[in-house]
Design a protein around this ligand. Sequence first.
Ligand code: HEM
Length: 605
Amino acid sequence: MAATANLSLLQFSPQTPHTRLHGYKFNNVKLNGRCVTRCSNSVNGKGFKDDSVKNVEKLLEEKRRVELSARISPGEFTVQQSSFQSQLKNNLSKLGLPKKVLEFIFSFAGGPEDDHPRIPEAKGSAKIIGGEPFFIPLYKFYQKYGGIFKITFGPKSFIIVSDPSIAKHILKNNPKAYSKGILAEILEFVMGKGLIPADGEIWRVRRRAIVPALHQKFVAAMFGLFGEATDRLIKKIDAAALDGEDVEMESLFSRLTLDVIGKAVFNYEFDSLKVDTGIVEAVYTVLREAEDRSVAPIPFWEIPIWKDISPQLKKVNKALKLVNETLDGLIAICKKMVEEEELQFHEEYMNEQDPSILHFLLASGDDVTSKQLRDDLMTLLIAGHETSAAVLTWTFYLLSKEPSALAKLRKEVDSVLGDRFPTVEDMKKLKYTTRVINESLRLYPQPPVLIRRSLEDDVLGEYPVKKGEDIFISVWNLHRSPKHWEDADKFNPKRWPLDGPNPNETNQNFSYLPFGGGPRKCVGDMFATFETMVAVAMLVRRFDFQLALGAPPVKMTTGATIHTTEGLNMTFTRRKIAPIVPTLEIPTLNINAEVKSDEVSSAIS
Ligand code: HEM
């Protein structure tokens, strides 16, 4: 099926388009109708926008926001829907007639449509929102219409869910009634039937195969990898700091997490923090295409002639070919290793030389020739890369704005780690560090919406919904709702008690779901939590940092995750009080035989 119903209908207006490769960001900024291309990387404030232009843009943005809120609140976009019967029912109810009595009276009137309340409905137009990421206006609509509403753009409508109990119903209580819908259509070209887009039987079989690969011993063995990769990043930042250069952290975090996930999933050393090989560029081309498709106005990749002549599509196909060939090569190498080892496969099986997920899957008997295996590897690569990079980006942004939180974090890291690399045993001691990540994920959930499509008729809250409805669960709205959070927009890691349980969707009753919930919950939650904790701990230990002077304001734009529009430009300086010990002990990639499985789970419980 064509991906006609993609996210672009909710994107409202083109975001500042950007292309990021090799750590550079080229932003097409429209000023007075002219399009200026600017490159920002390690720029020390050079090339940043003029202050007066920034101020004007800020004022215009603020004005647009206020205007939009002023238009939404009185109901300018509301679709009037009450029939005579339901209006009468409403009025009688207001007069104080009990609900049971009303139901009895109206049961004689017939008309199933009128027996049920209908989802509040708003009609949108692409022009109303200006250049904001789509989840921001959805928050304003949520304030007006509540925890479930329908929004229509031209021929297409979406149900937006911001109510924890409805989110729980869709994700946990009745997940079989929902598929990945639009998301599966958009990602088909790169993930095929991989675990994220897959539905039904394929998903069930693959989830059962993949989840065991991320067992606790595997996660514990990844600490060496997390530490080594972060250490490479530290060296890179150190060099920039000594040269007095600013650094664009969003692209560096993207490289850090690419290096980590490549090694963890299929034992491949991208080494993207050091070199720009063709494969790194190919991976970025493919990733960027997936993001661009999710915000494209029409599914241009489906247009028959365009498919054959578009230089961009040709480039993407070439990149995909290279990535697939590389994956095939890695699968072949790994297969040989598996054949040569004396295999005793068991629940927490792990090859010490190559603890990768691929090695586990092949050792467990996965079909090496299958496209499915490739699809799953690609899915894990993408799922584990962009998300973690975005979490690090926004965590550093938040820390730069909240010195008291940074000071508290540092104090903990200094006392727990000193100049050591973090280990799995440290995780349970780094309680405040965990809370910083929890809170960053609350304010900047990755992804900000979860996408579903109803496979059958169902009832959401009090509203019946038909089969085939596209549904967005707005994690952004859930995580920022004043109903559930005091000072909802404030970065306050202390809101989570240090001695309390690690917050998750279950103990927060689905008002907090950083890793989703129900059977489709993230398979890499523990991996990602530890990966980001290690990076944050090691970086704050070594550096003082702040937003670069004169850098453009940090604004959001969306792809699959929340990106910045113009990068996260920061100035780093070596921290004076932390003596840099040149011979840091780096735990090897190999499994530390002393690590016990239960240490991993207790570390975040
Ligand atoms: C901080 C980083 C991460 C965040 C915030 C995150 C978030 C999420 C969320 C919210 C979902 C649920 C999507 C939905 O219900 O539609 C999900 C699913 C998934 N995640 Fe993650 N994730 C992260 C890291 C990772 C990593 C490191 C991996 C792999 C090693 C991974 C692999 C997956 C997979 C395979 C799924 C699909 C599971 C399924 O449908 O059965 N994620 N992730």
